[in-house]
Design a protein around this ligand. Structure first.
Ligand code: AMP
Length: 118
């Protein structure tokens, strides 16, 4: 398993630091964002460290993340009402934690401007 010592999401994904988890499997986990931008704001992260979505991420990890997004939407009751999935990629795009993550935002009518760190 590839981890980065100073990475907060590596620590959360591998339970070295506990969080408010909603979903977990062998490859990924999902937990509530510390600073929610919508009634539902959950982060889906791989347990292995990748800097972002273009960091040679294996297809099975991307598939597991997509499955986790679906599970989060089901668990949070937003699967049918619509939600937004965002992966900020690079500092210029607003990525502040350099461990691949997908934001799942929903639970209200989302304005066009509701993009984390935009
Ligand atoms: P981004 O700006 O796309 O890199 O998003 C990083 C997100 O991680 C932000 O929405 C933060 O609120 C969130 N965040 C940072 N630290 C934590 C933490 N310890 N637990 C949960 N969410 C966090």
């Amino acid at each position: 398993m590839s981890k980065k010592d100073d990475c907060i999401f590596c620590k959360i994904a591998n339970h070295e630091i506990e969080s408010d988890y909603l979903y977990e499997d062998d490859l990924v986990c999902a937990f509530r964002d510390l600073n929610p931008q919508a009634p539902v704001h959950v982060l889906v992260v791989p347990k292995d460290h990748y800097d972002n979505i273009v960091d040679d991420v294996p297809g099975e990890v991307l598939a597991a993340m997509t499955h986790a997004v679906s599970e989060v939407a089901r668990i949070c009751g937003i699967k049918d009402s619509g939600f937004r999935v965002i992966a900020n990629t690079g500092a210029a795009a607003g990525q502040t934690v350099m461990h691949l993550h997908m934001h799942v935002l929903g639970g209200s009518t989302l304005s066009e401007g509701l993009i984390p760190n935009a």
